[in-house]
Design a binder for this molecule. Structure first.
Ligand SMILES: *Cc1c(COP(=O)(O)O)cnc(C)c1O
Length: 462
């Protein structure tokens, strides 16, 4: 399998290279040159199989023979053994035709574990084969850094450094990162805000001399292996509810669009999908683009669903690449204009997107209303991200008889603020985390200076 850049000016890579590279050198994102396709018989044969078996069958063609089957199976088995539910991603019925796909049974209680638990293990495998070490650097505003840390804590060939703004993340969020006491896990509290932390990470990727030749690796949502791991649960949920013999629909709380892009890919690969519904919070660039052809940046809003607070949706570029019939010149041109000023899509690509996706924006007041309403109607306490999906699914037509699968992207205990604001006492952390507030913590407080952070990374990596 070969991977090509959406901007058309970087060399094609194999799976391992695409994974280790992250962003293409031309600024684009890697996508498979051609997607694998599953026949009806192949899909039907996945129904009733364990999640890790479906994962193996779905991911094998993407890996393209670069990992031996036995090794790939072992990596997948290890990955999903970290989930606390035997079904890994259980489906829960909400009404006669509306289901929740619970993606939050991993170590940090949010869907990013599904991909990051795998990514860490895959990176470790390739680095071991090469006899190399790698360093991961990332910045977090609080709610996503822990998934990267949990995904790397067992990796012998990786050190991970996650920067968070000092005293600006909640205690639960901080502790989910800082109580991981593995030798290769390094938390840095930056005396500054999230943008300062992110700027330091960017500067470090731009000039890696401080690492003396060790590879710096990004695990953000543009890494293809994350999309690949996410395609699996669309197919698993689809065949569990009757595909390929009937269609299914999905609604996805969306921000950087990595999650729903995986759903779109699953449909391209043969899963019969009726509707794909984008749910956004008030940071609604995806919804505005589809509804009004308003592809423009707006100021960042802090919402009750903070993991969806974005200005630009990075994986949307992959979708644009297909909408523009894989014309990388057109994509490059559109994105260059978008960086400068409000942009608009050409007519044909916009029509293609509108034919495939519905979208809906859900503001904070509605999130609270939905949390209350869903609880009354189904007994399910939704987290604020999932609440955006629940509402968008209803607007888009859950109730039309086709199974609508809303992706539950986080456990409500992880975002207790919203749950309390909605009038509930709170949500209990699962047993495995009940002692989080008394565990030992470790982190380094550093000034918001590139040189201080780079000196610390160079000194403490193994
Ligand atoms: C990251 C995240 C999202 C958004 O997913 P994208 O792939 O960026 O669209 C939604 N909900 C939760 C809880 C998240 O952590």
């Amino acid at each position: 399998m070969r991977y090509i850049s959406t901007r058309g000016e970087a060399p094609a890579l194999n799976f391992e290279q695409a994974m280790l590279t992250g962003l293409a050198p031309d600024g684009g994102l890697y996508v498979p040159e051609t997607l694998p396709h599953f026949s009806r018989e192949e899909l039907a044969a996945m129904a009733g199989q364990p999640y890790s078996e479906i994962a193996f069958r779905v991911m094998k063609p993407f890996v393209g023979g670069e990992i031996e089957d036995d090794t790939l199976r072992r990596i997948i088995d290890d990955t999903y053994a970290t989930f606390k539910h035997e079904a890994v991603v259980p489906l829960k019925q909400l009404s006669h035709d509306h289901w929740l796909l619970e993606l939050f049974h991993g170590p940090t209680l949010a869907f990013k574990d599904v991909a990051l638990q795998l990514l860490g293990r895959l990176l470790d495998h390739f680095l071991a084969e090469r006899g190399e070490k790698g360093v991961i650097m990332g910045a977090t505003s609080g709610d996503t850094g822990s998934a990267a840390i949990e995904g790397c804590r067992h990796c012998d060939h990786l050190d991970i450094f996650i920067l968070h703004p000092y005293q600006r993340v909640s205690e639960v969020q901080r502790r989910q990162m800082t109580t991981v006491l593995a030798d290769n896990v390094h938390n840095i509290a930056i005396e500054g805000n999230f943008d300062d932390a992110q700027a330091i990470v960017k500067a470090s990727f731009a000039d890696q001399a401080f690492l003396d030749g060790t590879r710096l690796i990004a695990v953000n949502s543009i890494n293809w292996a994350r999309i690949m791991a996410q395609i699996v649960y669309y197919i698993a949920a689809g065949v569990a509810l009757g595909a390929p013999y009937r269609e299914v629909s999905f609604t996805v709380p969306s921000a950087n669009f990595g999650n729903l892009y995986a759903g779109y890919s699953a449909a391209q690969m043969g899963l019969p999908v009726k509707q794909l519904v984008i749910a956004t919070n008030a940071n609604d660039i995806l919804h505005r683009t589809l509804a009004d052809n308003d592809f423009s940046k707006r100021e960042l809003l802090a919402t009750l669903a903070p993991s969806m607070d974005i200005v630009v949706s990075s994986n949307f570029e992959r979708l644009l690449f297909d909408a523009y019939a894989r014309d990388s010149d057109a994509v490059r041109d559109l994105l260059a204009r978008f960086q400068q000023q409000p942009a608009a899509l050409a007519e044909a690509p916009l029509e293609r997107l509108r034919a495939r996706f519905a979208s809906h924006r859900v503001d904070d007041d509605t999130i609270l209303e939905v949390i209350r309403e869903a609880y009354q109607r189904t007994g399910e306490l939704l987290d604020p991200h999932t609440a955006t999906g629940y509402r968008a699914a209803e607007v888009a037509g859950a109730g039309d008889g086709t199974p609508m699968i809303t992706l539950a992207t986080a456990h409500p205990a992880k975002f207790e603020d919203a749950v309390v604001k909605a009038g509930f006492e709170g949500a209990a952390l699962p047993d495995s985390m009940s002692d989080l507030l008394s565990r030992e913590e470790r982190y380094e407080v550093l000034p918001a200076e590139v040189s201080a952070v780079q000196a610390f990374v160079a000194r403490t990596r193994r």
